[in-house]
Design a protein around this ligand. Sequence first.
Ligand code: GAL
Length: 759
Amino acid sequence: MKKILIPLLFSFLAFILDSAFAQKQINLNLPWKFIQGDNPVYASPGYDDSAWKTIAVDKIWESQGYDPYDGYAWFRVKVVIPSALKSNASLKDSLRIYLGKINNYDQAFLNGQLFGINGNNATPEMAKDSAFIQAPMNFWDKKRPYTLAVNDPRIHWDQENAIAVRVFDQGGQGGMYTGDQSIMMTCLGDYLAIENNLAPYVFSQGKLQKVVGLKNNSVFYHLNGIFRMIAVNKLTGQTVFTKDEKVNLDPGERKESTVELKQIDQSVLITYRFEFQDTGETVSVSDETPYITTPTPPDKPRINGPSVTAARPGKPFLYAVPATGLRPMAFEAINLPEGLILDKQTGIISGKVSIKGNYQVTLKAKNSKGEFTRELTISIGDRICLTPPMGWNSWNCWGLAVDEQKVISSARTYREKGLANHGWTYVNIDDGWEIPGDKNPKRDTAGNILTNDKFPDMKRLGDSIHKFGLKFGIYSSPGPLTCGGYTASYQHEIQDAHSFASWGIDYLKYDWCSYEQIAKDTSLAERKKPYFAMRGALNTIDRDIVYSLCQYGMSKVWQWGDEVGGNLWRTTEDITDTWESLREIGFSQVGNAPFAKPGNWNDPDMLIVGWVGWGPSLHPTRLTPDEQYTHISLWCMLSAPLLIGCDLERLDAFTLNLLANDEVIALDQDPLGKQAVPVIKEGDIQVWVKDLSDGAKAVGIFNLGKNTVKYSLDLEKAGIKPGGQVRDLWRQKTLETTGKILVTDIPSHGVSLLKIKQR
Ligand code: GAL
């Protein structure tokens, strides 16, 4: 007996010792204890939380039985922090407690002492400061890596430690949700920043260039090693470029390296890897190169944009004929209904039509290279917004830092960069134009809504936007305060609607946020009430205002958004510029499809291409080029409102190519107004199909996986008759017609977007 036991015992001990020594990280993606509400005693290590519920920290609390809950809640977990973590580490100075991302704000306590606030290390004294809930709202997307010196008395080495996290959710999704929470020692790699997303690639004479920064963020360590760049063709897997550089960075030092590649018709995956000379540790990040597919529009005139536009009888009408081609261009409009006039030089049609009807107008555009003719239906009736609105909104770039100058320069760039020629129309200010509420709304003595200093004259701003032939949008909330804490429309709906009308507003995004405190309960009637109230107010003014509801899809808004008079409604929480966010939101727009129709659109939130950042400092989108093709393709397939969310002044060639493809935009603007539905899901591939007004089908083959896929689409299985002409919409090329099977290579996170004529 003994003979067998002893070797067994040895190997068991060896296993334990081995795993203790090898341990470099403690996984905190465990069941945590959870309670709603707020009480400072919850931070205390000895607090008895045994009666609390358990909660997972890899998903928001709404999906774990707490829907809808906004406000305070606490998470607690107990873990032993073994000193083996220190002995195994190459650097022995600091411990990192990583809490993932938290929706929206947090204060984190270790053994009763505060150590972190909203992603920044904190001293216990800061625990009394309640300002942590006033940080910018997109803090839900910020990582929380908190570090403590190894000799910090808040850490109890080799003993149980209580971690308590006080969370405040100010609206929408809540809690700890990323599932990557952990404890580990900091390492050399933590001090190295590989800055590959400071600026996008620049196209120059058939080449692509980008400057990558290497920054030593330590004030103490020298970072020495080899910096390697490896570029691999995403479709073929072939390595197209490698470069090794020996790099020594003194504390605080920053160096730059340039990547230069030949421009090709697809993305190249570039991995930047730093191998530390002393420890062998590596840090790597990657990005993918942009490629342009949209052909430059011809010099000859071409009229783009939707084939239908609408206004209510007797309400101001404004429509700028969107046309590409050389300027000067002369416009003509035959059969314009009475009350409308055309400016022949600018192509802007304006006026008022008092009699209901569908007016068929023939538009002509002429320049030195030729002439183009197209039909436009002007629908004068009760329904407006017959195709999804296309425009720009300030939120995803400037957040609350928006000002008049930024709005007016966006409008100007619309024209200068030619976006207006493709049908982009609205220029919308989001939150941040009103007077900050400071807990209470502030109005003038007559109760009129006031603008803050950044918007000295809304009427003047509206006039200048209209002069460009563009339309003007604004934002408000049904509660006393907006989501950003500014004065909102509660109990002033009619007065505000009149102010909006006097400024020339054409579009209102109407949020929810502080109405949560006004609503009596979460019943459907209470959810509808504030939207009916503003609808009633909008009905009293002499302008058409597109009415956009922004309550994140609560109570299946798509089922009643039309009833409360909405033209579009947000179906989800806020989007951010990551693949995870795009995938979650975009590919879940399924059940709401039957509710999309001319005048009513499901809104999966604004676009996240170009320079974004929720203000004031911006960065190039973190989506890869293939992810951006997927984003625009999917939104167009979904008949989603298209609201550009980037700084238009920094629009680069790649982003412009995404936003100026008329055949892709035509899917979105198709007058039939059908939202695409998924028809095939096979592994990482999803095939979505959209019916079009000309009888053709649009097909999006999306690859959600990490590798390129050669996919054979069985057309019949997708509900499409084989043998029809196939058009690659991004490249605007007609492909050979195939038989029953259509074979395409689709890069990871990329798309093949086709239009197939039905015989
Ligand atoms: C959020 C909304 C955002 C933005 C923000 C402004 O609720 O989802 O799109 O409008 O409010 O505070």
